[in-house]
Write a protein that binds this ligand. Structure first.
Ligand SMILES: Cc1cc2nc3c(=O)[nH]c(=O)nc-3n(C[C@H](O)[C@H](O)[C@H](O)COP(=O)(O)OP(=O)(O)OC[C@H]3O[C@@H](n4cnc5c(N)ncnc54)[C@H](O)[C@@H]3O)c2cc1C
Length: 344
């Protein structure tokens, strides 16, 4: 077992997942978070853990598949060590089928899922009438139902993970502190907004997202996906609706008419939510690399340190595996970073 010291800047899901894997593999860990655990994009209320479609397979899809497959036991262990809920449940997903092209693809994907997902879940086509009331409207008489998708409550998950890390002896420091040992930057959108001298091109950029949380109890029922909107029935009797996607924005945390428009599209498609009380509105900035894949390995801004960033829209579904691979890379020089994710 390595007893290296590791410092992680950033208390979002990627920093915490990396810290967790490092501590589990024997390192002494210090997380330095300047604002608070889950204060970055990891504080969104959404939390879909939704697999990529099982066709046109590539290393990013394979990596996400492996990460999602870790989910159930990973989050169960975090809950056990922390004593706090994460909101994880493998609830499946119902998707609307709006046109013939989607229907044809959906039919082909039944076999694709058998090949790519194996025992982890399957992809089915159901008649709209076969499903109870908790479902999206669908232009055609079909819904796609997959049993691989899961959900998590992002804020709960970050708090639970931080507690699990400190229960195993790790330090979580809010504010400023000196780094010790090997240093990893998992600083989200802020951390991507810089240009390495060698390449001359930016690592990535921020894409704003807005979401809304309503009071409605659909606990344990599938998440819904319709018209590009995720509708996530959390275990605590709330439902999150997200998200907008904005490349141009002035204020990182304000919500506006784009969210109201998204909300109205959501309740048109899921009429059960029409009278659900709105609890909160939220906005934050996702870190998107130019390749849209995560960036992992040596830090191009300072190669004596490391980087784990670029979770973009699927950071929570990638986090367990990113943490594992980063810990092996940092502690044991074991390099299992997919080629297209490599930072250098
Ligand atoms: C509206 C919205 C909906 C989303 N929905 C989903 C979803 O359904 N499923 C999914 O998987 N993903 C989703 N995502 C994406 C997911 O939230 C992100 O990919 C993930 O949170 C990225 O985590 P991170 O740790 O890289 O970044 P962050 O969560 O942004 O964390 C970075 C942290 O670093 C800290 N920091 C920055 N600079 C420093 C410094 N110098 N020193 C110390 N600390 C520093 C910040 O304060 C911040 O807390 C969504 C994102 C948004 C915005």
């Amino acid at each position: 077992m390595s007893m290296a010291d590791v410092t992680i800047y950033g208390g979002g899901i990627l920093g915490l997942a990396t810290a967790w894997s490092c501590i589990k593999k024997g390192a002494r860990v210090r997380v330095i978070e300047k604002l608070g655990v889950g204060y970055g994009s990891s504080g969104s209320p959404v939390g879909a853990l939704a697999p990529h479609t099982p066709d046109n397979w590539n290393e990013k899809k394979q990596f996400q598949f492996e990460s999602l497959a870790l989910g159930k036991s990973y989050w169960a262990e975090i809950e056990r060590v922390s004593g706090l809920p994460t909101g994880y449940v493998k609830c499946g997903r119902l998707q609307a089928v709006q046109d013939q092209r989607t229907l044809l693809l959906a039919k082909a994907r039944v076999e694709g899922a058998k090949k790519r997902w194996g025992e982890e879940g399957n992809w089915n086509l159901l008649r709209h009438g076969e499903v109870n009331d908790w479902k999206p409207r669908s232009s055609l008489d079909f819904l796609i139902y997959d049993t691989f998708s899961a959900i998590i409550n992002p804020r709960f998950a970050c708090i639970s993970l931080a507690k699990a890390i400190s229960n195993l002896g790790g330090e979580i420091i809010i504010g400023e502190a000196e780094p010790v040992g090997k240093v990893i930057y998992a600083t989200g959108a802020i951390g991507l907004d810089a240009t390495p001298e060698k390449s001359g091109s930016k690592l990535g950029t921020g894409v704003k997202g807005q979401a809304i949380l309503v009071r409605y109890n659909a606990s344990g029922l599938p998440q819904l996906f319709v018209d590009g909107i995720y509708i996530i029935p959390h275990l605590n009797g709330t439902v999150a609706i997200g998200s907008t996607s904005e490349k141009i924005f002035l204020n990182t945390s304000s919500t506006d008419s784009q969210l109201e428009e998204l909300y109205h599209r959501a309740i048109d498609n899921v009429p059960l939510l029409k009278h659900a009380k709105i609890l909160s509105r939220w906005a934050g900035v996702r870190a998107r690399t130019s390749s849209r894949s995560p960036i992992m390995g040596r830090n191009p801004l300072n190669p004596s340190s490391y980087i784990a960033n670029g979770g973009y829209k699927i950071g929570f579904s990638m986090a367990p595996k990113i943490g594992e691979v980063m810990a092996d890379f940092i502690l044991f020089d074991k390099d299992e970073i997919p080629k297209s994710f490599k930072s250098l």
